[in-house]
Design a protein around this ligand. Structure first.
Ligand code: GAR
Length: 187
């Protein structure tokens, strides 16, 4: 059985998909911890439902990013972690976490990287008029939505209904994230 830690900042639907896949046995893994940087994020409620421990920290309460991440590291160091999955975690990971977990931190992003990095990726793509949307799962480096791509999935859409697009892409994202995690954990 492998150990996963998930980082999230908001809604947490990807976090819950991973938690559910572990619970059902689809993933031979356990979510040991949810790390969240936003008090009141819905992801925390979802964690309670699954009985998953949460570490909720407010970065502003720390003198520096390194201090904030050191506090996370202190907690992570108590467990043997196979994979850290960023799931709507809206922060760049610094060296404090990247160095000890090199090659073990992955992220999902709702665009075909390297296009449309950062916030509001779907809105950026609609504004640009693209026709092929998608999801990218990638290793994490110290840049915004950067790092080697592991897998991608695409969706052709010729329209501007952002809510429809978000819903469709989220379904694709959930399936892709689970399939990538499964592959990485079986290596
Ligand atoms: C997801 O679509 C994820 O790809 C995106 O935030 C959403 C979080 O949804 N992440 C980024 O944009 C990272 N740059 P969720 O909280 O329901 O899982």
């Amino acid at each position: 059985m492998k150990n996963i830690v998930v980082f999230a900042s908001g809604n947490g639907s990807n976090f819950e998909t991973i938690a559910a896949a572990c619970k059902s046995g689809e993933l031979d893994a356990e979510v040991k911890l949810l790390v969240c940087d936003k008090k009141g994020a819905f992801a925390i409620e979802r964690a309670k439902k699954y009985g998953i421990e949460t570490l909720v920290l407010t970065p502003k309460d720390f003198p520096s990013k390194a201090d904030y991440e050191s506090e996370i590291l202190k907690k992570l160091s108590t467990t043997d972690i196979d994979l850290i999955c960023l799931a709507g975690y809206m922060r760049i990971i610094g060296d404090t976490l990247l160095e000890p977990y090199q090659g073990k931190i992955i992220n999902t992003h709702p665009a075909l990287l390297p296009s449309f990095k950062g916030m509001h990726a779907i809105e950026q793509a609609v504004e640009y008029g693209v026709k092929i949307y998608g999801i990218t799962i990638h290793y994490v480096d110290s840049s915004l939505d950067g790092g080697k791509i592991i897998d991608q999935a695409s969706l052709y859409y010729d329209g501007d209904d952002i809510e429809y697009l978000k819903e469709e892409l989220l379904k694709i994202e959930h399936a892709l994230y689970i399939s990538v995690i499964k592959k990485l954990l079986s290596k």
